[in-house]
Design a protein around this ligand. Structure first.
Ligand code: NAD
Length: 455
């Protein structure tokens, strides 16, 4: 069978299942969520090993940022599913009474989830949690750049979940292109903006709504008055996790006033405390995903002055946690999302300059600030736009299930996590129910003589 007809067959099979109504009952949805949880519990060692093979991810990172993240999403969905799925009464204007109005959340149908390589377990399964909770059939297309995880997902998901409602299609561009030819009821894509545009254009042919979870450069503003040792630890943690390959990782630091000099030393100390004097030997430090990304990153190491790091080894796909100081705003490292363990520091004379710098560029997925000044917080809240705004801590906003996760502008379209996932993968159907008797509509029927007299 050609890939094209395989995509047609897969989507057709799932659409047939959806048509039977099998995925609608909350009991079916709950069973799938419990089954997914059981998969994660039972096969944690297999997935952890796959993450090590693809990304050199430490078992602790694999657990906290991938497996436990998904189980938390599942537990949250199971706890709140009844409430999310419950019809919501809304009031009816006096002119329409007596009548009842409510919204009901209906599943969309067959949805496609396309995931990237950097958190290949989390970014495949967390969207699926929302899609299944909302009663959909799901096609998952994991990233070919994390082949070990992709193979494990393709092996394990059919063993645990309803195979007539969930399918995994492995592959790269040709397989994804074939899938995108199909009509889906929603396409959920995580990855870069160039492919995001391809996905959106393909979906537009079928008028299919999309969620695009994209990336970009997440700035960190550091103001005088912040505890710089603690600030450096938080930034280093957020940046060098997964070897800098996190969409929410701090991309660069905008150091205001004289903070740059002190921050340099504190960042070097923080890196040493976390990964030792030879991070290549640290079991807690990851690797760059492949040679192409390694070469792209190695070419950026020449910008500015190296404060710490700079070592790299192509054979091992290793780039040391690197801090670059005195980087010019138009240096190559500032032209694209870094997406690797390189942290440039730029000097900013004041907060006005930092805000102007942020606003002159694409709206980031996240903006972070370390400040002790309440006015600065207020200014950043109102004078900048970003998917998220984090004070005092990078990345962690995405672990708060009540917060939406998504970008704005170039950093994405739509949002998910917790109830936002349920909303993304369901349709709020408006239902109005008015009894025929008494026929209060009589006043609205033509001829409009009585109404005209009152106007
Ligand atoms: P990737 O190369 O794994 O691509 C993502 C997916 O798109 C894969 O499944 C791939 O097969 C598919 N794909 C690639 N080219 C395609 C094409 N021409 N047509 C159709 N499908 C195609 O991952 P990536 O894009 O390198 O991921 C890194 C980017 O993703 C970064 O910009 C990062 O910031 C962003 N990201 C965003 C989030 C978020 O939640 N907002 C999370 C992780 C990564």
């Amino acid at each position: 069978m050609s890939d094209d007809s395989r995509a047609t067959e897969t989507v057709g099979r799932l659409r047939e299942t959806f048509g039977t109504g099998r995925t609608r009952p909350l009991a079916w949805r709950r069973r799938q969520l419990h089954a997914l949880r059981a998969l994660l519990d039972e096969h944690a060692p297999d997935l952890t090993e796959a993450l090590r093979a693809d990304l050199g991810k430490s078992p602790v990172e694999a657990f906290t940022s991938e497996l436990r993240f998904v189980t938390n999403e599942i537990d949250h969905a199971l706890r709140h599913l009844d409430g999310w799925a419950r019809p919501r009464r809304v009031s009816v204007p006096v002119s329409l009474r007596p009548a009842r109005a409510r919204t009901i959340r209906e599943p969309l149908g067959v949805v496609l989830v396309i995931s990237p390589w950097n958190y290949p377990v989390q970014l495949s399964l967390a969207p699926m949690v929302g899609a299944l909770a909302a009663g959909n059939c799901v096609v998952l297309k994991p990233s070919e750049l994390a082949p070990a995880v992709s193979a494990e997902l393709a092996r394990l998901l059919p063993r645990h979940l309803d195979t007539d409602a969930v399918a995994v299609v492995e592959g790269g561009v040709p397989e994804t292109t074939d899938l995108l030819e199909q009509r889906f009821d929603h396409v959920f894509y995580t990855g870069n903006g160039t492919v995001g545009r391809v996905v959106m254009a393909a979906a537009a042919r079928h008028l299919t709504p999309v969620t695009l979870e994209l990336g970009g450069k997440c700035p960190v503003i550091v103001e005088p008055g912040a505890d710089l040792a603690a600030t450096a630890r938080r930034i280093a943690w957020g940046k060098f996790l997964n070897a800098g390959q996190s969409c929410t990782a701090p991309d660069h630091v905008l150091a205001i006033g004289d903070t740059a000099d002190a921050l340099e030393g504190h960042l070097a100390t923080a890196v040493r405390a976390m990964y030792g004097t030879d991070p290549a030997a640290s079991p807690d430090y990851g690797r760059v995903v492949n040679e192409r990304h390694f070469d792209r990153l190695a070419a950026l190491l020449g910008d500015g002055r190296v404060v710490t790091g700079g070592d790299h080894d192509r054979a091992a796909r290793y780039i040391a946690p690197t801090v670059l100081a005195d980087v010019a705003p138009d240096a190559p490292v500032m032209r694209e999302e870094i997406f690797g363990p390189i942290l440039p520091i730029l000097r900013m004379p004041d907060l006005d300059a930092a805000i102007a710098f942020v606003n002159a560029r694409d709206k980031p997925l996240a903006l972070y600030a370390f400040t002790s000044d309440e006015r600065t917080r207020r200014r950043l809240l109102t004078e900048t736009s970003s998917g998220a705004l984090g004070f005092g801590l990078p990345n962690a906003h995405l672990t708060v299930p009540g917060l939406p996760f998504g970008g704005v502008g170039e950093s994405g379209v739509g949002r998910y996590h917790g109830e936002y996932s349920f909303e993304t993968f369901s349709h709020a159907k408006a239902v109005l129910d008015k009894p025929l008797s008494p026929d209060t509509m009589r006043v609205a029927y033509p001829p409009f003589t009585a109404i005209k007299e009152r106007l």
